[in-house]
Structure formats: structure tokens, C-alpha cells
Ligand binder design. Structure first.
Ligand code: MF3
Ligand code: CO
Length: 258
């Protein structure tokens, strides 16, 4: 079984889903401030998704309880929104969100500073976002799948951070997770050749310290093993004959991925 190929009409549908994800994440980003709770973000995301007549992709997925993942500081991914946990100045928070709209999925994530953050964290966010930029640039017909993985790992490690191994990107389309998986590490030149119409959720997860992670007793929240902070940036991206198409943002937006 090869990787699913999406027609131009299907890509347009995925873009519709992607624009909803982008709209929600863009608004959530503006809500991030000291004193806000992650449950306030959850509630807003749920309401806005409903207004778009979309279905949240995460809630109920393998029993996940919310529409949003909100992972603070040493939390890597899958942080569960909490009504009591307040964001505070100097924190970073990763917001991961996906929807299904008319049968097609889109998935994206962004790590947001809470007020003023220390320089090392600014660097962590910049390098992780740039790793996603470099990875997106590899989404071209003719390249190999692991070229994307290698682009992430090379950029992250050259800048002194480390790549999480336990969680990976994935193909996406009429399901949130389709084969193959997309690790954020590996040598270039391996795996299937990318073709027009392939769609991948590319999602580097980068730790300021070592690469190790563990999952908390809630069975969801992944945290760094050494307590260092972690960042996560993600887009749903199609390979087209015109180059990479970032489906989780408006066509007019160019430049850095987030
Ligand atoms: N972006 C994440 C992923 O690709 C979101 C999954 S969270 C879950 O797997 F709760 F839905 F599992
Ligand atoms: Co994903």
C-alpha cells in the first residue's frame, strides 16, 4: 500500500479544514496571556469549531478528553486543558489542534510565549519553527520521505537542541493518522519518494535539553525526562507540482511557517 494521493479537488477540501484550524489557532494565540487558563482556550476552540460547522479531531480520539492539546513548558505534547492551571509570564505553551470538515482532516500546532520569555526559550521557539520551515521546503515531488526527517534533525541538532523520538508526524487525509509515520530524525535519501498529492502533518517536537520523554499518570501528558522545556510546531502540507502547499494557512500568507 502506497501513500494516499489526493486530487486537486480533495486538496481544496483539506484546505477548507486547514483554514478552520488556522483560524482557531490564530485566535487562541491572541488569547495567550498571563492569568489565562488552558481551559479558557479549550472552551473557545470548541465554540469556534462549532461555528465553523466542523468536528474537533482530537476529542474522543483514543479517549482523549478535549478538543485542544495545551502543553506548558516541560510538557512536550498532549497536555490536557485545565481550569485551574494559569499561564504565567515567562511560560511557553504549545497549542495543538485539528478538525474534520466534510470528511477531510487538518492538524497544526504552534508554541506561543506567555508575555516576555527568557532568551533560551525564544531560541527554542525560533529553531523549532525554522526546523518546520526547512522540513516544509522538502515537500516536493521526487524527494524522499526521510529527507523531511533529516531536515528537522539537522537543523535542531546544529542549534544545540534535541529531537523527540517517541512522537512523530504522519500522513493525513480522510483520517487524522494515515500511513506512513514521519519521524523527526533520520538520514536523508530513504523511504518512499514524495509524489504530487501526498499530504503530511509535519510536526517537529524539540527539547531544550535531552531527547527523552515520559508520559504522566494521566496517560496523556508527555513531559521531558530532564525537565527542560519543549516546543512543537506543526502544519498539514501537500506536495504539489508547484511546490509545498501549506494547507493549514491562507494562500496569501507566505514567509515563516508560523
Ligand atoms: N497533533 C497530534 C497528532 O498528530 C494530535 C493528537 S492528540 C489526540 O497525533 F488527542 F488526538 F490524540
Ligand atoms: Co499531528
Amino acid at each position: 500500500m502506497g501513500i494516499n494521493l489526493r486530487s486537486p479537488a480533495e486538496l481544496e477540501k483539506m484546505h477548507r479544514a486547514g483554514l478552520i484550524v488556522w483560524d482557531v489557532l490564530t485566535l487562541l494565540r491572541e488569547m495567550v496571556r498571563p492569568g489565562a487558563t488552558t481551559m479558557e482556550l479549550e472552551k473557545y476552540a470548541e465554540r469556534r469549531t462549532d461555528e465553523h460547522h466542523a468536528r474537533p479531531a482530537f476529542k474522543g480520539y483514543l479517549g482523549y478528553p478535549c478538543v485542544l492539546c495545551a502543553s506548558i513548558n516541560d510538557e512536550v505534547v498532549h497536555g490536557i486543558p485545565s481550569p485551574t492551571r494559569k499561564l504565567k509570564e515567562g511560560d511557553i505553551v504549545s497549542l495543538d489542534f485539528g478538525v474534520e470538515f466534510e470528511g477531510y482532516y487538518a492538524d497544526a500546532a504552534v508554541t506561543v510565549p506567555v508575555g516576555k520569555i527568557r532568551p533560551e526559550l525564544r531560541e527554542l521557539l525560533r529553531v523549532t519553527r525554522e526546523a518546520l520551515d526547512h522540513a516544509i521546503d522538502k515537500m516536493r515531488p521526487g524527494n524522499r520521505l526521510s529527507d523531511i526527517s533529516a531536515a528537522v534533525q539537522t537543523w535542531v541538532e546544529r542549534n544545540g537542541f534535541s529531537v523527540v523520538r517517541e512522537f512523530v508526524g504522519h500522513s493525513i487525509g480522510t483520517k487524522m493518522h494515515e500511513d506512513p509515520q514521519l519521524p523527526n530524525y533520520g538520514d536523508p535519501g530513504h523511504g518512499p519518494r514524495l509524489q504530487e498529492g501526498m499530504v503530511l502533518a509535519i510536526e517537529p517536537m524539540v527539547n531544550a535539553g535531552g531527547p527523552g520523554v515520559r508520559v504522566l499518570e494521566d496517560k496523556w501528558t508527555a513531559v521531558t525526562a530532564d525537565g527542560s522545556c519543549s516546543a512543537h510546531f506543526e502544519h498539514t502540507v501537500a506536495a504539489t507540482s508547484n511546490g509545498p502547499w501549506v494547507l493549514t494557512r491562507p494562500r496569501g500568507v507566505t514567509g515563516p511557517s508560523w
